[in-house]
Design a protein around this ligand. Structure first.
Ligand SMILES: O=P(O)(O)OC[C@H]1O[C@H](O)[C@H](O)[C@@H](O)[C@@H]1O
Length: 290
């Protein structure tokens, strides 16, 4: 790959140029195989569209692009804790989604795929009292592949829970089904994390917020052009849509809740990772669209 080729394929712009809302630096990737937009903050994928495919991700038309706040949509990475922290003063879903990351390398591979590697280095602070390092690789071809390596760089063992919080673009949430979770037990987060079991395919008739521990590694989102997810090393699947009532309280969602379902992959609750000093673990997630 020449430097000129990668400069042409990967442009750094401000969110003002892309969405008319200035504030966050973005990378726009355009190749014969796909188009993608990634916010440097949080290494958050905002858009991905493989050649000849429907857009994979939902990005809220009401999304804000502010430093220190995750953008509503795309794939925020929740880490080093997923969900509500027992200490109510700490933010939901950890801290890396709203912190600056750095793009360490950008390469065009022999087959024309673009590979981006982002890193985030955490020095123990008041929010998370342990050092760690994330190395996040995105492979952008006709399909999308993600890999996360997490290393405990601190002197003590530490517990990490995390997820790729993917917002999939759908025509109407009411007609979407997710396969690959039938018969599985889950924690119902709309009922104080009570345990239940899913009969049949997962549907979204209203607010749905479910945590499937030890979940299967493939799901299929039934749409006119179905999407399949295949994960490695992701034991937890979380499914979410706020439904009309809760969405009305989320200024960056509102009526647009109909346009997405979240099917999230990571390791949270009983599947959280305990890492010894120096220990690393990794996980992968691949998306394909028919
Ligand atoms: O609004 P956020 O902090 O991005 O969280 C959005 C949602 O994320 C996950 O799916 C959780 O299970 C939900 O409980 C939460 O409401």
């Amino acid at each position: 790959m020449t430097e000129a080729a990668s400069r042409e394929a990967i442009q750094r712009v401000d969110s003002g140029e892309q969405y008319g809302k200035p504030g966050l630096p973005l990378y726009v990737v355009e190749t014969p195989l796909c188009r993608a937009v990634i916010a440097e903050q949080g290494a958050q994928l905002l858009e991905f569209q493989g050649k000849g495919k429907e857009p994979l991700l939902w990005l809220s038309p009401r999304a804000g692009f502010e430093r220190g706040k995750a953008v509503r949509g795309g794939i925020p990475l929740c880490l080093p804790w997923f969900g509500i922290h027992p200490d109510k003063d700490k933010p939901k879903h950890g801290l890396v989604r709203s912190r600056p990351w750095s793009l360490d390398s950008a390469e065009i591979l022999a087959d024309g795929e673009v590979q981006l590697v982002f890193t985030y280095r955490h020095d123990a602070d008041a929010l998370f009292d342990s050092d760690f390092l994330c190395r996040y690789t995105m492979t952008l071809g006709e399909t999308l592949g993600l890999e996360l390596e997490l290393q405990n760089t601190g002197a003590d063992s530490a517990k990490f829970s995390w997820a790729w919080h993917t917002y999939f673009a759908v025509e109407d949430v009411a007609s979407v089904h997710v396969l690959g979770l039938e018969g599985q037990g889950y924690l119902d987060n709309t009922r104080g994390l009570t345990r239940a079991r899913l009969e049949g395919a997962l549907a979204f008739p209203g607010e749905v917020d479910r945590v499937f521990e030890s979940a299967p590694d493939r799901q299929r989102i039934q749409l006119p052009s179905p999407i399949t997810t295949a994960s490695e090393g992701c034991d937890t699947v979380i499914t979410w849509n706020p439904g009309a009532e809760l969405a009305a309280t989320l200024p960056d969602v509102g009526d647009h809740y109909r346009g997405f379902v979240c099917v999230e992959h990571g390791n949270a609750f009983a599947d959280s990772w305990n890492l010894a000093p120096g220990e690393s673990r990794s996980a992968k997630l691949a998306f394909s669209q028919e």
